[in-house]
Structures are given as C-alpha cells and as structure tokens.
Design a protein around this ligand. Structure first.
Ligand code: NOJ
Length: 553
C-alpha cells in the first residue's frame, strides 16, 4: 500500500476482475463473489494495489451485468451483499483496495424505474427519467438517426399501456439498456445516493462506465459524426460540457469520505473514449475525477515512433492538469494484447474487435513475445496501470469460439458482422489438470475454454522461471521498490529509431528501459546490470526483436 497521505491512486496498479469469468465457487459455470474472495491471494502475491470488479449487481445479464436492474444489490448468480462484504474485508486484510463499477448512463429495462416508465404515459414523471420521444413522421420513424454502439438504431419503439405502438426510447447500447435523462434532478440524486451506498460499504472507488455519454446535446440533433477523425465532442451524445458538472459533484462526495491523517482517498476513474487527449484531460482536472483510462495508449501500435509519441503527449496532458496518467493494454471490451500484437502492426488498424474462425489469425508466438515486451514498457511508466485478468498468464484471445457460444449482444445486433467481445471474456485457467482448468469445481464454463489455455494455467506458471506470471510478479515488485509510478521519464538519445530507450527516476531509485522493436539486435549499454527482461537474457547478450529490458546503468 502507498504510504499515508500520499494519494495511493497516483501510482496504483489496479487489476480488473470480470466476475463472470474469474473464479466460480458453486460450479454453475459462471464466476461469483465467493470465487473471487477465495482467489484474492493470487492478487496479493502478484503484487497489485487494487482490484476493480466489473458489475455484479442485479441484472438480467443482457450485457453481462452492464445492464443494472438494482444498483444496491448483488445478482444471485454472483452471490449476495454478505458475500460482497466478505470479499471487501478479505481484500482489505490482504492490503488490496476494492474498486467497483458504476453504470450511470443507462439502466436495465428491468429496472423498476423503466418498468414504471413503460407502464405510464407520455409526459409523465416516470417517463422523464429516461429519454422518451415521439417518432418522426407518423410516429413510425425513430426520433433521430443515432445508431447503437452495438449495431442497429439507438431507439426502440415502446408499446403504450393500452397496447398501441407508442413513443420511442433512446439506448446508446442494447435495447435492454435505456439511457437515463441526466437533465432530471431525480436521476442525479439517485446515482449520487448509489455512490454513497457503496462508499458506506467500504469500497475504495468507482470505475465510471461510459463516463462521457451521460449528457446529450439539446434537441438530440441528427449526427454524422466520424469517431475516428473528429473530436468526440462534435457528437451530440458524447463528451458534452455538462458531464463535468456531474463529476465535480461526485468528487465532493468521494472527498467527503477522506479520513484525516490516513491515505484513505476514494477514487473515481472515467471510462471515456474521448479525443483529443486535451478533452480527455478535462475529466481529471483537480476538482473532477482522479483518473481516466488512456485508451489512446491501448490503441497505439507496437511501433517505436508511435509508442514514443503517445507516451510523451500522454504524460504532458496529464501533467498539465496535475493528474497521474494511466496505462492500459487489455480489458473486457477489446481483443487481448497477446493476440492484438500478433498481427502486423499498422497505424489505424488496431484489431480491437472480436476475431472469429473465418478471420485472419494472429501469430501467437509473436503476440506473446510482444505483449510481454509491451507490458514491461508499461509497468515502468510513471502513473497508474490497469491490468486485465489473465494477462499475467499471457492468455491469448479465444479467436475460434463457435458462433453458437457467443453471448455479446453486439454479435446478434450486427448479424455476426462484429464477432463481439466474448473472446477476451473466456474463464481464466487456474489449474492445468482440473476440469474447466480449475475455473470452478466442475467442468462448466459459460464460454468454452480453448485447449491452449491449459498449459497457461496459473499453477503451471507459479514459480516457473521465465513464465509470464513470474515476469509480471518480478516487474511489479521492482516497480514498487523503485516507486517507478512516482518517477519522471526522460528519453535517451543515441539509440536506433526503432528502439524505445528511456529512464524513469523516482525519489527511491531509477531504471533504464530499453525495448527493441526493430530487426537489428541491440547492444546493451556497457556496465549495465539487468534488473528484469521480458525474455530470458544472458549477461552480455544483445537485445533481440520485441524484447524489453530494465537496467541499472
Ligand atoms: C462499457 C463497458 O465496458 C462495456 O462492457 C459495456 O458493454 C458498455 N459500456 C455499456 O455499458
């Protein structure tokens, strides 16, 4: 844990658990809270500071829990509130903080508020909590041209209580995820109360789902926004100025839980796919959120010039507002980096969308090697880092899931054109020789586990020299000892363009990081000592392609 009064989150390593897929205690094939509690020692041993739990709230699970029907309870599939309390206290005993997800942009269609909205009439206070509008023309056309992020229109026509076709409601995601109307003070008060509910239960912070989507432009105008080339704020549904007011208010709530004399900050981290970086930095101004995910870094190809440019301006943007930068390579919405990096690296072709049997397949050996090298770069960088479950085992994406097994609503809503995100959500292998690779007590697993997960199981890697798990443990230990997250980065001259070469210096030590992204082997600086390397390296050896090394010089 960070020392008292030092704002622990500024250099924290936060590990994402996707509750469905981490550990199953009851053998139903779906992970759960008691399963997580039982496996927490893995995280303490790995050396992370906090665990972030994706949603475990009451939900019909149409979007794996990002469709919340009761924000103050646990879905029976995951356990109950007592299980949550046990998890939190066990985590705290082990020195791990607990971050939970808050989903404020939309609820489930099974939320009592949405049921009440459907049961009431146009113009009622019940409807005013969501975004209901009359259709265009004779009412049969959606109110505007917005598209759902999961495919298809962002509007669904409701049936009025008398059985007639009625108003339309907005859902930026699935039909089962109606968007709240954040101009309604009742919505604001409710979600603030939800924050307090979990803070009172002892959580250490929140990851805010779709943090840039809560406020929509007045009049809900049509939009032809191109998310790849235009500033996000030009889209009437994203990054509207009003979101900042909400987060200023949330910050006063988390700040009110600070404990004098203790490093007890409760934190807020935005999931905001916002461009340009200057716009994203506004979310982490002093009176707003503590962190926001740096997705630009995740999207940066494994090319030295691109990596250098992203790292440099990411650090500058964060520093301009006094926030720590965050770094992330994988999560539950994108193709795992051990697979992404197994494709030829081309700017603009990030391959974050799911992969199916008919798609080009990655070179898995190259992907693993590069992902280890990329992680060794990331864990040296100043700021805070996020890890996604299983990346410490070098898990690849499951790229050959049968279509019948796919559960991500994106797959169905796009008629299979997008494979969806199931490939990164496959349950984690713990024991190579157990049924379901030790995911649960039986052989059930809500998504099929590929055979290549067996040899990557945690029990095969623990203590095994050169394993990905031991690499992560070693890097995390050094990162903590040298307090690299609190350090300053300086680029080094005199290295080839296709290498990354920098030092990170903190009050507690310093490291030189060299990564060879080119073809030509690189000599290590004379007199240097190897502290860690992403592949086994002999002293006096050269640095070959896709290897990162940490040195003292
Ligand atoms: C972002 C979450 O990370 C993703 O999994 C979810 O589908 C959408 N928000 C909608 O809540």
């Amino acid at each position: 844990m960070a020392r008292s009064g030092e704002q622990w989150w500024r250099d924290a390593v936060i590990y994402q658990v996707y509750p469905r897929s981490w550990a199953d205690s009851d053998g139903d094939g779906i992970g759960d809270l008691p399963g997580i509690t039982a496996r927490l020692p893995h995280l303490a041993d790995l050396g992370v500071d906090a665990v972030w739990l994706s949603p475990f709230y009451t939900s019909p699970q149409h979007d794996a829990g990002y469709d919340v029907a009761d924000y103050r309870d646990v879905d029976p599939v995951f356990g109950d509130l007592a299980d949550f309390d046990t998890l939190t206290s066990r985590a705290h005993e082990l020195g791990l903080r607990v971050i939970v997800d808050i989903v404020p942009n939309h609820s489930s269609h099974e939320h009592p508020w949405f049921r009440a909205a459907l049961a009431s009439t146009p113009g009622s206070p019940e409807r005013a909590r969501y975004i209901f509008r009359d259709g265009r023309g004779d009412g049969t056309l959606p109110p505007n041209n917005w598209q759902s992020l999961f495919g298809g229109p962002a509007w669904t026509r409701a049936t009025e209580p008398d059985g007639s076709p009625g108003q339309w409601y907005l859902h930026l995601f699935d039909t089962t995820q109606p968007d709240f109307d954040w101009t309604n003070p009742e919505v604001r008060a409710e979600l603030e109360d939800v924050l307090r509910f979990w803070l009172d239960r002892g959580v250490d912070g929140f990851r805010i789902d779709v943090a840039h989507g809560l406020v929509k432009a007045d009049g809900l105008p049509d939009s032809e926004f191109d998310q790849y080339t235009e500033p996000t704020a030009l889209a009437p549904m994203w990054d509207q100025p009003g979101v900042h007011d909400i987060y200023r208010s949330w910050r006063t709530i988390t700040d009110s839980y600070a404990v004098e004399g203790q490093d007890a900050d409760r934190i807020l981290c935005a999931e905001a796919w916002v461009l340009p970086a200057e716009a994203l930095a506004r979310y982490v101004r002093k009176d707003e959120l503590h962190q926001s995910f740096n997705f630009e870094y995740l999207m940066t190809p494994w090319l030295a010039a691109d990596q250098r440019a992203t790292i440099t301006h990411s650090l500058a943007q964060a520093e301009a507002v006094g926030a720590p930068q965050t770094w992330v390579l994988s999560n539950h919405d994108v193709v795992r980096h051990a697979t992404r990096l197994g494709f030829p690296q081309t700017p603009g072709l990030e391959r974050i969308d799911g992969i199916g049997t008919d798609d080009p397949q990655p070179d898995t050996a190259v992907g693993l090697r590069r992902s280890r090298a990329a992680t060794a770069v990331m864990l040296a960088l100043p700021g805070s880092a996020y890890l996604f479950q299983g990346e410490e085992l070098g898990l690849p994406e499951a790229t050959r899931l049968p279509d019948e097994a796919r559960q991500d609503p994106t797959f169905a809503r796009t008629q299979g054109a997008s494979k969806g995100r199931d490939g990164c959500r496959v349950p984690v292998p713990w024991e190579a020789d157990a049924p379901s690779y030790g995911f649960g007590p039986g052989d059930r697993s809500w998504l099929p586990q590929p055979a290549e997960y067996g040899p990557l199981a945690a029990d095969r890697q623990r203590g095994a020299e050169g394993s990905t798990l031991e690499l992560y443990r070693g890097l995390l230990r050094l990162r903590r000892e040298l307090r690299l997250g609190r350090g300053r980065l300086a680029w080094l001259d005199g290295f080839p363009d296709d290498a990354l070469a920098f030092t990170v210096t903190s009050p507690d030590g310093s490291v030189t990081v060299l990564a060879n992204l080119g073809e030509t082997p690189l000599a290590l600086p004379e007199g240097s000592t190897i502290l860690a390397a992403s592949e086994p390296l002999e002293l006096g050896a050269t640095l070959t392609t896709d290897v990162t090394v940490w040195l003292t010089t």
